[in-house]
Write a protein of this length. Structure first.
Length: 256
């Protein structure tokens, strides 16, 4: 399965999954239909599936136009997003599975950013590594704002993702990494892994290079929102427990 990262708008990423044998593709959170249609035409492939992580317009905005061009394509989303994702046909729960390109993705229910957010995880195979499409739950160096969910929900959701194999690639939906790491340094400034990553991301962004995908192992070492149980982070926000630590981190980031 080949994965194309398609920039859209000011900082969105759309992911196009390609089955080269069957000459078909699936789109993850296709916000901008024009971007996707151009890539499909360039690759000369058909769109057969749309995998939505949540209902926000900068993730589902392309659904209707893509289905007009490819009416046989099917739309997947979370069960709790019923009525909020355009043309949704499959309503997924935690533990469900979806198939594409001879690979089976596990569905995680990961509320927090929204009440209905899901993620798609393709476990590694003998030939390919693990791939996580996590929408706006986990970012490179950060996590999503709590628009509809609670700190407890977000902690539980991030715990699921933190437990994945460290070499799992993290395909998050926005290029927020530099600002996320700038914030991370305010609460975890003595972390040498974070300091090194910040320098690397500064250099990459100065050359307009993408910082997505990341990897779970890197996030565990440098992302404060996966480090709620580390003494430095607890002390930085004076958290009494993991939920309070995460909530206070998110509150500080909201004001950053």
């Amino acid at each position: 399965m080949h994965i194309y990262r398609l920039p859209a708008f000011s900082d969105n990423y759309i992911f196009l999954l390609l089955d080269q044998t069957q000459r078909v593709a699936a789109a993850v959170d296709p916000a901008d239909p024009t971007t996707v249609l151009k890539k499909l035409e360039a690759l000369d492939v058909r769109l057969v599936a749309i995998f939505n992580t949540h209902h926000h317009s900068d993730h589902v905005g392309g659904n209707r136009r893509l289905l007009k061009a490819f009416p046989e394509a099917v739309v997947y989303g979370g069960e709790k997003d019923r009525g909020r994702i355009p043309r949704q046909q499959f309503f997924l729960r935690d533990g469900d599975q979806v198939a594409f390109c001879d690979r089976i993705a596990q569905v995680f229910f990961v509320p927090g950013h929204t009440r209905a957010h899901i993620a798609y995880y393709f476990p590694p195979t003998a030939d390919e590594g693990g791939e996580l499409f996590c929408g706006d739950t986990l970012f490179a160096g950060g996590c999503g704002r709590l628009f509809e969910g609670t700190p407890t929900q977000m902690l539980n959701s991030l715990s699921k993702l933190r437990n994945l194999p460290e070499n799992t690639r993290v395909w998050c939906a926005h290029e927020y990494t530099l600002k996320n790491l700038q914030f991370a340094l305010t609460v975890d400034r003595n972390n040498p892994d974070l300091q090194q990553r910040f320098r690397q991301v500064q250099e990459a962004r100065s050359q307009d290079q993408a910082t997505v995908p990341s990897e779970i192992g890197l996030e565990k070492r440098t992302n404060p929102f996966l480090r709620w149980d580390q003494e430095a982070l607890i002390a930085a926000v004076k958290g009494q427990d993991s939920v309070q630590t995460l909530a206070r981190l998110r509150g500080l980031k909201d004001q950053f």
